[in-house]
Design a protein around this ligand. Structure first.
Ligand SMILES: Cc1cc2nc3c(=O)[nH]c(=O)nc-3n(C[C@H](O)[C@H](O)[C@H](O)COP(=O)(O)OP(=O)(O)OC[C@H]3O[C@@H](n4cnc5c(N)ncnc54)[C@H](O)[C@@H]3O)c2cc1C
Length: 477
């Protein structure tokens, strides 16, 4: 898998340069290597992984970003290719999830019979849900918000109690602003194709014999995935290499781009025949301003939600609630800063020492950005007090860890599809320029990997088309 290049200095020309070593950039670079395309990945920090990182603290295994990932087919393929199968841990798919309502935790109904009996919803919401397949409709022509869609199809109770909390669990987002067609494209498509989201969901169910995707992590945390990708890429990865700008190269030379890169205190010029930008939108806009001023303009339209991740360890006897299952989500009307809490040590083994419990809470999000200005201690205290009330905990946590992101998750807000289309058109005008990242097709790790693999395929097709690949692979099997 190694490229055979020295790792100290940046050497050019690399055929393809990937900028950004989060899961998107790593997966793209790995796939390019698998396709036999020489690649150089430039990551500004000293470690790869971006928002994915796991830390050992006082015997607890805390996740600073994503807590787990869904076992999509492609992700499992990648895990297999990396030899990480034996490290994989799967959560019990039946682990109950809870919603906080009136200060109490109620299980989320996961199947139709539970929907009928759940005290979470009144009779009118239940009727709207169960009769939805028979009330055919079509999505409006304009971009509809998730909130408007749910109110139109199911009523405001479902929005407040189930969809709102779910949306904050995935996007830390505001359902009034998130676009249904961009944030939940399947739901949009199901209504369009079948006149009903439930009918569409049933028709699109995978065959019974296919194992359902489950939540997974690794024995040593989610970081195993990015760390192993970094190791496999070997000297194709340059850490501490910050790209300052990307410009078009001279037209008569084979290298289409010139990158200004700062590494080890030196600024160097690097040539590349294809560039994949795998950073968040703000740096992407800055880097590509020299190609077109329209890049920063369009990228600036994509907002991010801030999130604080508070991981805490407690002694089991401090808690009255068993905290068995996935965890709980909090509707806005409960007026808490906590958006939700994952019960990590109930989901996966090895997250806490014996007799201890590992909980991770999320606070902030698009609807509560002020939290970003608080100190870590204030965030940790507030979260501890709120979680203590819900789970009947006495005393402070034995240890805790706060990680804050000013720009945690891109918001697929109204008009997102237009912005993405404009960015795609800009890239099409520079055929050797590719974008990959969590603002394009979905923020989950699985979707980032799928998108990154497709991007690598696009690079391969382009290079094959222009003959550069054939030239560079000449003589290779
Ligand atoms: C708090 C939180 C919880 C989450 N929970 C889950 C979850 O449970 N399950 C799930 O599937 N997903 C989850 N996600 C989403 C998922 O983790 C992210 O969408 C995904 O990891 C983003 O990867 P990325 O590579 O696109 O971006 P990033 O991880 O942001 O990586 C971008 C990289 O680019 C580098 N970079 C930036 N500028 C430059 C430059 N000029 N030169 C060189 N390098 C540069 C950065 O240093 C960074 O390493 C969560 C995200 C967050 C923040």
């Amino acid at each position: 898998m190694h490229n055979g290049r020295g790792s100290d200095a940046l050497q050019s020309p690399a055929q393809t340069v990937v900028i950004g070593g989060g899961i998107s950039g790593l997966a793209c670079a790995f796939r390019l290597c698998q396709l036999g395309i020489p690649v150089l990945l430039l990551e500004q920090s000293q470690r790869v992984g971006g928002v994915i990182d796991s830390v050992q603290q006082d015997g607890f295994l805390f996740e600073r970003g994503p807590q787990s990932f869904l076992s999509t087919d492609l992700l499992l393929e990648l895990i297999d290719a990396l030899g990480l199968g034996p490290e994989l841990l799967r959560a019990d798919p039946r682990a109950p999830r809870y919603i906080l309502t009136g200060g109490r935790l109620e299980p989320v109904p996961m199947a139709p019979p539970a929907l009928l009996t759940t005290p979470l919803l009144g009779i009118s919401s239940k009727w709207k849900l169960l009769s939805e397949p028979f009330r055919r409709s079509q999505p409006p022509a304009n971009d509809e918000s998730v909130a408007d869609f749910v109110r139109r199809k199911f009523g405001s109770e479902l929005l407040e109690l189930l969809v709102g909390p779910f949306v904050s669990g995935v996007y830390a987002g505001d359902p009034e602003k998130l676009s249904l067609r961009s944030a939940f494209p399947s739901a949009y498509q199901w209504e369009k194709d079948y006149g009903s989201v439930l009918r569409g969901a049933i028709k699109s169910r995978p065959p019974k014999e296919k194992p359902r995707a489950t939540l997974c992590t690794f024995r040593d945390g989610v970081v195993t995935l990015v760390r192993t990708l970094g190791e496999k890429l070997g000297d194709a990865v340059h850490r501490g290499a910050s790209v300052i700008s990307v410009r078009r190269g001279k037209t008569n030379c084979k290298s289409q781009f010139e990158l200004q890169v700062t590494s080890h205190g030196r600024t160097e010029l690097l040539r590349a025949s294809a560039v994949v930008v795998a950073t968040a939108t703000e740096p992407a806009g800055r880097l590509l301003a020299g190609i077109s001023e329209q890049f920063p303009m369009h990228f600036a339209k994509i907002e991010y939600a801030p999130v604080a991740v508070v991981a805490s360890g407690y002694r089991r006897e401090q808690m009255q609630h068993p905290a068995e299952g996935f965890g709980f989500l909090v509707p806005q009307r409960e007026r808490l800063r906590v958006l939700g809490t994952v019960w990590n040590s109930s989901l996966f083994a090895g997250r806490a020492p014996a007799g201890m419990v590992n909980l991770t809470s999320f606070a902030g999000g698009a609807t509560d950005p002020d939290l970003l200005h608080w100190s870590d201690a204030e965030v940790a205290d507030t979260v501890a007090q709120e979680v203590a009330r819900v789970l009947k905990i006495t005393g402070p946590p034995v240890t805790s860890h706060v990680q804050r992101y000013a720009c945690a998750l891109p918001q697929y807000n109204l008009g997102h599809n237009v912005t993405i289309e404009a960015l795609r058109e800009l890239c099409a005008a520079s055929p050797v320029l590719f974008l990959t990242g969590n603002y394009l097709e979905g923020p989950s790790i699985g979707v980032c990997v799928e998108q990154a693999f497709r991007t690598a395929r696009g690079v391969q097709q382009y290079l094959a088309l222009t003959g550069e690949l054939a030239h560079d692979l000449e003589g290779k099997p």
